[in-house]
Write a protein that binds this ligand. Structure first.
Ligand SMILES: [Zn+2]
Length: 234
């Protein structure tokens, strides 16, 4: 392998390296919870909290209703017992009884409303949990594929690194520097392949003399007269 061939090989390694690095960076972003999964999880948590609040309101109203029922029953007993004879006192007891009954009706209504809302929320929660499970299982399988791809790419990356080191060493410091400088100057392509007598980078015909010279096997680097890149003839 001559210097042009080594440079060309090195360029192939570098171009693949860039692709692999880009995809690895993408994978870093793709790995981890998706926005959709986070949103679904958040909705389940929020619905659970709403349900909890509604059930608590229902329980409180039911307890209050029970205690009001006891007070109503006590008042009724006192009224019927005949121990209270004072008309004013009797009237007050009657008024208090009516007030307790009205209050209890309100509380019963609150309990009923809370129960209906809680039942509806429980239904919504079940639906949201199903959806979350579905999204989670999709996400898990996609993560599996991504993780596999990442492992493969990291392995590729290690191979490319070794190959690059070997090629760089074979080229030597001076040529490696020339390659790097050319690469920076020429949009990442330092070496151009000659295909059917044409520079593959700039598509201009290379004079026959140069093509033949390259075929002759002299280990000198030749530049494309048009784009100035190193030429390589396979
Ligand atoms: Zn060219």
């Amino acid at each position: 392998m001559d210097d042009a061939a080594r440079m060309y090989e090195l360029q192939k390694v570098d171009l693949t390296w860039i692709k692999v690095a880009k995809r690895l960076q993408q994978l870093q972003q793709l790995l981890g919870e998706s926005e959709r999964l986070r949103a679904a999880r958040g909705e389940v948590a929020q619905t659970e909290e709403t349900l909890h609040t509604l059930r608590a309101a229902q329980r409180n109203a039911e307890l209050e209703s029970k205690s009001l029922a006891e007070r109503i029953s006590e008042t009724e007993t006192r009224l019927m017992s005949g121990t209270v004879r004072n008309p004013k006192e009797l009237e007050n007891l009657q008024l208090s009884l009516e007030s307790l009954r009205r209050h209890r009706e309100q509380v019963e209504e609150q309990a009923m409303t809370a129960m209906l809302q809680a039942d509806q929320t429980a239904g919504e929660l079940a639906e949201r949990k199903d959806l979350l499970a579905e999204i989670e299982s999709e996400w898990r399988s996609s993560q599996g594929n991504l993780i596999e791809e990442e492992i493969k790419l990291k392995h590729n990356f290690a191979l490319l690194k070794r190959k690059r080191e070997a090629l760089a060493q074979a080229l030597g410091t001076t040529l490696l520097e020339r390659y790097e400088t050319m690469r920076k100057r020429k949009g990442g392509i330092a070496v151009a392949l000659i295909e059917n007598g044409i520079c593959a980078a700039c598509h201009v015909k290379i004079p026959t003399g140069i093509v033949n010279g390259l075929r002759g096997g002299s280990n000198t680097l030749v530049l494309c007269p048009s784009c100035g890149r190193y030429l390589y003839s396979a």
